[in-house]
Design a protein around this ligand. Structure first.
Ligand SMILES: Cc1cc2nc3c(=O)[nH]c(=O)nc-3n(C[C@H](O)[C@H](O)[C@H](O)COP(=O)(O)O)c2cc1C
Length: 200
């Protein structure tokens, strides 16, 4: 049985389309499901203690430094244990929700999830599949607003940097254009998610 990690991050609670579709997809993948809702259980932003601890060699870390990395260690363990990572993300001010960025910050650790080798950066988390479910008021997957899409490319860069390169996106976009557009976007997204689950 596969291990599925579901990350949800919309600040819109039960009204969230990305949470709704991502949750359904994660459930339909029919594996051992671990859920990390970074919106309702906000993660602490990284700070000086985290940065100093993460750049101190493991063997030299004080008890305090180890504890500054505990949450990051847990989140990284969740990622490492997963075969498929489903990420629900709301487009907020043209980027990802701050809490999702904090999750990214906490799982991006030099020497743990990436390293710099002779040929540059190398991601250490390999063999994973990621599915992004992104909801947005506007339309960004193509057309004039695509240059303002600072969510999907950022998330792909961040995941790729730690070695997760098999990434597919399900868009629920144009939800600001009225109920009909929303209904259409939602049903197309649900259909795509169902196909992904069937093929898995
Ligand atoms: C605080 C806030 C900021 C938003 N910023 C944007 C934005 O920059 N671009 C956009 O297209 N939609 C924006 N929206 C609309 C959301 O992307 C849209 O409501 C989407 O459905 C949110 O995802 P969710 O349904 O998973 O919560 C914003 C919504 C909120 C609440």
């Amino acid at each position: 049985m596969k291990n599925i990690l579901l990350i949800t991050s919309s600040p819109r609670g039960e009204a969230s389309y990305s949470t709704q579709v991502a949750t359904r997809l994660a459930q339909d993948l029919d594996g051992n499901l671990v859920v990390r809702d970074v919106a309702s259980h906000a993660l602490p932003s990284i700070g000086e203690a985290f940065v100093h601890a993460s750049y101190t060699p493991e063997a030299n870390r004080t008890a305090e430094q180890k504890s500054a990395l505990e949450l990051s260690d847990t989140l990284i363990a969740e990622v490492k244990a997963a075969d498929v990572i489903v990420i629900g993300a709301a487009m907020i001010n043209f980027g990802m929700p701050a809490n999702l960025k904090t999750w990214v910050d906490l799982i991006s650790r030099s020497g743990v999830t990436f390293k710099y080798g002779e040929s540059g950066p190398e991601g250490l988390i390999t063999g994973k599949i990621a599915k992004l479910v992104i909801a947005a008021g506007g339309v960004y997957s193509s057309g004039p607003m695509s240059a303002m899409n600072h969510l999907e490319p950022a998330l792909r860069t961040n995941l790729g940097f730690i070695g997760i390169t098999d990434v597919e996106t399900i868009w629920i976009e144009g939800v600001a254009y009225g109920p009909e557009a929303t209904e259409q976007a939602l049903s197309a997204a649900k259909e795509k998610a169902a196909k992904i689950a069937l093929a898995a």
